[in-house]
Design a protein around this ligand. Structure first.
Ligand code: HEM
Length: 178
């Protein structure tokens, strides 16, 4: 049985991701209860930490696909990539995306940003980022079944999409141009 299949069977990465998410949500609730009016800045700090973890995966995973697409199916190298990709997605990226969304929406609700133009644009781009996340997640499953049909060049190009989205999102939320 492959290492990815063993991981899936034991549910270890999913369980760890669930625990990480539970701890984050509980810690955020505690921060809100303890800090009251100052909670906004603490929650924003945790939001930025989650975003950094999410982006680290969004930038690294397509790079792993570039190397994986160039390796021979069934080789030891290919099997190692499968484990790295599966763990990156389930342990880091999925929980980090969920925490980014939950805290980001809480921040917007607290600060009344739902009527701001920059926030609508940020929401659109963050939704696009989440759609790319979904595509990458589907690709992790395809690579695990040795069914990837995309070239290394395609994944090299896909590597730029989260980068460009990230530039625009950070400018929107910091400059708030409209
Ligand atoms: C997942 C959905 C997301 C939502 C709903 C969301 C929403 C928000 C909101 C409402 C704030 C507070 C803005 C302020 O207080 O001025 C914020 C802060 C921030 N967000 Fe997000 N965000 C999300 C994802 C992201 C992503 C993907 C990135 C980066 C690629 C990002 C980067 C930041 C940064 C850097 C700040 C701090 C801005 C500052 O303090 O000036 N966010 N976010």
């Amino acid at each position: 049985m492959s290492a990815v299949a063993k991981d899936r069977r034991s549910g270890t990465p999913a369980a760890r991701a669930g625990i990480a998410l539970g701890i984050t949500v509980a810690a955020t609730a505690a921060v809100i209860a303890i800090f009251g009016a100052d909670a906004y800045d603490w929650v924003k700090a945790v939001h930025v930490i989650a975003v950094i973890a999410w982006m680290a995966g969004m930038l690294y995973l397509p790079r792993l696909f570039v190397y994986h697409a160039g390796s021979k199916s069934g080789s030891e190298q290919s099997e190692t990539f499968k484990v790295m990709e599966y763990r990156l997605m389930t342990i880091i990226m999925n929980p980090a995306m969920i925490v980014s969304w939950v805290l980001g929406l809480w921040l917007a609700w607290q600060a009344g940003f739902f009527t701001s133009g920059w926030f609508h644009a940020k929401l659109a781009l963050v939704t696009a980022m989440s759609a790319v996340h979904g595509m990458l997640s589907a690709a992790v499953r395809r690579f695990a079944e040795d069914a990837n049909a995309r070239s290394a060049g395609y994944w090299r190009m896909m590597n730029e999409v989260p980068t460009l989205l990230m530039f625009a999102i950070v400018i929107l939320v910091i400059v708030k141009p409209f």
